[in-house]
Design a protein around this ligand. Structure first.
Ligand code: NAP
Ligand code: MG
Length: 501
C-alpha cells in the first residue's frame, strides 16, 4: 500500500498497477514517502466516479445553500488541521513554513469560504426583459458544466487545489484534480477532509501521477465537460490541443514575467520592500512574481543600492524553521534551470550586482537545492533573462526615463499576468496601471491575491479568470429559456417568415 493513496469515489485506493513514486523534502533530500502513481486506467476510473456522481448523485441537484454548507465544513476542517497541512506543504514543496502557515493554508481555507458564499448568493436564475411583440418571457439559468478536471503545478499545491475544487464544487460540478508530481501530498490529504465533511462519493477526486499520462486523460477524456490548468505556458498549449478534440472550455493560468514599475516619486523604503517581496517571496517560484523591476532613472542608483543591501539580509535555510526567509527550490533540477539563466545573464549583461551562486548551507541540508537571491542591473528588456520566465530567485532591474516608456517596456512581453506600480501620486500610478496589459496590477503593494478578487492573465499568461465572482461563473453554463405565452396565432406572426404554415 502506498503511503499516500489516490482519492477516488470517496475512498483511498492504490493505483490499479500498484505503481508508486517517491516524494522528497528538497531541503534535506530525505524521502517523505511513496505516492500511488495513477496511470490512464486510474484517471479513467476517477473520471467515471465523477461522471456518475454528477449524472446520478445529489450534488448538482442541491441548492447552492446546501453545497455551501459542505464547503464551509471543508474550510473549517482545513483550519483544524492547519499545522499538519502547513508542515507537510513546506516539507514536500520546499516552501517556507512561514509561507505555508500565513499564505497556503489560510489561502485555501479562504477560497473554499469565498466559493461557498458565491454558491449561496449568486442567483441560479435571472429574469431578462421580455418582448411585447412577438411576445416572450425570458430568463437565464446558470447550470454546472458537469465533470470539471484540474491540473495544478508544484509551487502552490494546496491553494491551487482549493482554487480548482472550490468553484467547481460550489457551482454544482463534480471534479477530478491532479497535483504536480513533485508535490502531490497535501492535495491527496484533502481526501480525508472531504470524507470528514461527508461529501457524497465521487464529487471530489484527487489522483497523483505523471502529467504526460494521467494528466493527458484529464484534459482530453470525452466524459469531461471542462478542464482547468495552472502551470507552464508550454504545457498550457498542449492542454488546449487535448481539450479541442471534444471542444471543452479551458481555463488556463500560465507563466509570467511581470513588471514592477518604480516611479521617481515612490516611497523608496516601501517600494524596495515591494520589489523584494514581489520577486523573492517563495524564491521567485510564483507565476506573477515581479521579476522585472522597472526603475526610473532619477532614483535608479539609490534604489538598486537598497535592493542589494536588503536582499543580502534574507535568511536562507531549512524551510521548516520560522526564521528562514528562503528555503530550497522545489528540486535540484529547478536550481539547474536558475544556474543556466544566471550564466546566460552573465553573458548578456555581465556580473549580477548580488547573488549569482549557490549559498553555503548547514551540513544537514542539500546544498544543490538552494540558490542565492540574485539581481542583474542595467538589463535590456530585449535580453533573454528579461523575456523568459526563470521561476527562481532572479530579478532583472531595467532603467527607464518616462512613464510612457515604462508602460511600453512592461507591455513588451509575451506574458501579462501581474504587475506593480510604486508611486506616492495615486493618479499617476493609475494612469500607468491603466496602460499595462496584464490581469492584475498592485499599486504600492505586491502579491496580494484574495479569493474575492479575480486573478488571471492577458496574452500568453492564460485564458479566463480564477477567484472573484468571475472565477465562480466560469464554472457555470448559461442557458437562456424563451417562453412564448401566446394562446393564439396573433403571437406568432414571425412564423410567416417561412410561409403560410
Ligand atoms: P508544468 O510543467 O506545466 O506542470 C504543471 C502540471 O501539469 C503538473 O501537474 C504536471 O504534471 C502537468 N503536466 C505536465 N505535462 C502534462 C501534459 N502533457 N498533459 C497534462 N498535464 C501535464 O509546470 P510546473 O513546472 O509544475 O510549474 C511551473 C510553471 O507553472 C511556471 O511556468 C509558472 O509560471 C506556472 N504557474 C502559473 C500559475 C498561474 O496562476 N498562472 C501558477 C503557478 C504556476 P507532472 O508534475 O507530473 O509533470
Ligand atoms: Mg516533494
Amino acid at each position: 500500500m502506498a503511503d499516500f493513496q489516490l482519492f477516488i469515489d470517496g475512498e483511498y485506493v492504490d493505483a490499479r498497477s500498484g505503481d508508486t513514486f517517491a516524494t522528497y523534502d528538497p531541503g534535506t533530500g530525505t524521502k517523505i514517502g511513496d505516492v500511488a502513481k495513477a496511470g490512464v486506467e486510474d484517471a479513467e476510473r476517477a473520471i467515471a466516479a465523477a461522471r456518475k456522481a454528477f449524472d446520478e448523485g445529489p450534488w448538482p441537484k442541491m441548492s447552492g445553500k446546501e453545497r455551501a454548507g459542505y464547503l464551509r465544513k471543508v474550510a473549517e476542517l482545513i483550519g483544524t488541521k492547519a499545522e499538519e497541512l502547513a508542515t507537510m506543504e513546506a516539507r514536500d514543496s520546499g516552501g517556507t513554513i512561514k509561507k505555508a502557515m500565513f499564505a497556503d493554508v489560510p489561502g485555501a481555507q479562504g477560497a473554499f469560504e469565498w466559493f461557498a458564499q458565491c454558491a449561496e448568493t449568486e442567483p441560479d436564475e435571472v429574469e431578462l426583459p421580455g418582448s411585447d411583440f412577438p411576445p416572450s418571457q425570458n430568463l437565464v439559468r446558470y447550470e454546472p458544466h458537469g465533470v470539471c478536471t484540474g491540473i495544478i503545478p508544484w509551487n502552490f499545491p494546496f491553494i491551487m487545489a482549493a482554487w480548482k475544487f472550490g468553484p467547481a464544487l460550489a457551482a454544482g460540478n463534480t471534479s477530478v484534480i491532479k497535483p504536480a508530481s513533485f508535490t502531490s501530498v497535501t492535495a491527496l490529504m484533502l481526501g480525508q477532509i472531504f470524507q470528514e465533511a461527508e461529501l457524497p462519493p465521487g464529487v471530489a477526486n484527487v489522483i497523483a501521477g505523471p502529467g504526460g499520462t494521467a494528466g493527458e486523460v484529464l484534459a482530453s477524456h470525452p466524459m469531461v465537460d471542462k478542464t482547468a490548468f495552472t502551470g507552464s505556458t508550454e504545457v498550457g498549449r498542449r492542454i488546449m490541443q487535448l481539450a479541442s478534440g471534444t471542444v471543452k472550455p479551458v481555463t488556463l493560468e500560465l507563466g509570467g514575467k511581470s513588471a514592477n514599475i518604480v516611479l521617481d516619486d515612490a516611497d523608496l523604503d516601501i517600494a524596495a520592500a515591494a520589489v523584494l517581496f514581489g520577486t523573492f517571496f517563495h524564491n521567485g517560484q510564483v507565476c506573477e512574481s515581479g521579476t522585472r523591476a522597472l526603475v526610473q532613472r532619477g532614483i535608479y542608483d539609490e534604489f538598486v543600492g537598497l535592493l542589494v543591501e536588503r536582499a543580502g539580509k534574507l535568511v536562507i535555510g531549512n524551510q521548516l524553521d520560522y526564521a528562514t526567509d528562503l528555503g530550497p527550490l522545489v528540486s535540484r533540477g529547478q536550481v539547474e534551470t536558475v544556474e543556466r539563466y544566471v550564466k546566460l545573464g552573465r553573458d548578456e549583461v555581465g556580473e549580477p550586482v548580488c547573488g549569482g551562486e549557490k549559498p553555503k548551507v548547514a551540513d544537514d541540508l542539500d546544498a544543490e537545492a538552494f540558490y542565492q537571491p540574485t539581481i542583474f542591473a542595467g538589463v535590456p528588456n530585449s535580453s533573454k533573462i528579461a523575456q523568459e520566465e526563470i521561476f527562481g530567485p532572479v530579478l532583472c532591474v531595467i532603467p527607464f526615463d518616462t512613464d510612457e516608456e515604462a508602460v511600453a517596456i512592461a507591455n513588451d512581453s509575451i506574458y501579462g499576468l501581474g504587475g506593480g506600480v510604486q508611486s506616492r501620486d495615486l493618479e499617476r500610478a493609475r494612469r500607468v496601471a491603466d496602460g499595462m496589459r496584464t490581469g492584475t496590477v498592485w499599486i504600492n503593494d505586491y502579491h496580494m491575491i484574495n479569493p474575492q478578487r479575480p486573478f488571471g492573465g492577458y496574452k500568453q499568461s492564460g485564458i479566463g479568470r480564477e477567484l472573484g465572482v468571475q472565477g465562480f461563473n466560469i464554472y457555470r453554463q448559461v442557458k437562456h429559456i424563451h417562453t412564448n405565452p401566446s394562446t393564439s396565432r396573433d403571437g406568432y406572426v414571425h412564423f410567416s417568415a417561412l410561409g403560410d404554415i
